[in-house]
Design a binder for this molecule. Structure first.
Ligand code: ZN
Ligand code: ZN
Length: 104
């Protein structure tokens, strides 16, 4: 499987912003503005899940290996996933919002 298919632009379902792929080669799966995501993956990037619920950012966790990660929870099925924060890119994640989530 090529890595290209998992790194395409999408429209954010929450704020309707067009989210462009990351320039550093890693997979962008959440909106940099509102940090919302969609439950479309079984494993990160595979687009094999049929839930398609909105994944809401509910907190931030720190992982010594991966750094800060956004905790996403699916509003439809309750599934929880951690996603790496996108930084050092053309469109970095909304840091104000990340700070707000950290204080929760
Ligand atoms: Zn958004
Ligand atoms: Zn779901």
């Amino acid at each position: 499987m090529s890595k290209k298919s998992e790194n395409s632009a999408f429209i954010c379902i929450n704020c309707k912003k067009e989210v462009v792929p990351l320039s550093n080669g890693s997979c962008r799966n959440h909106c940099p503005d509102c940090l919302h995501s969609l439950h479309v993956d079984d494993k990160t990037g595979d687009r094999q899940n049929s839930c398609h619920g909105i994944m809401k950012p509910i907190g931030i966790e720190f992982n010594t290996k991966k750094g800060y990660q956004i905790v996403h929870r699916c509003m439809k099925c309750g599934f929880i996933r951690l996603n790496k924060i996108a930084q050092d890119t053309d469109m970095p994640d909304n840091f104000d919002l990340i700070l707000k989530l950290m204080r929760k």
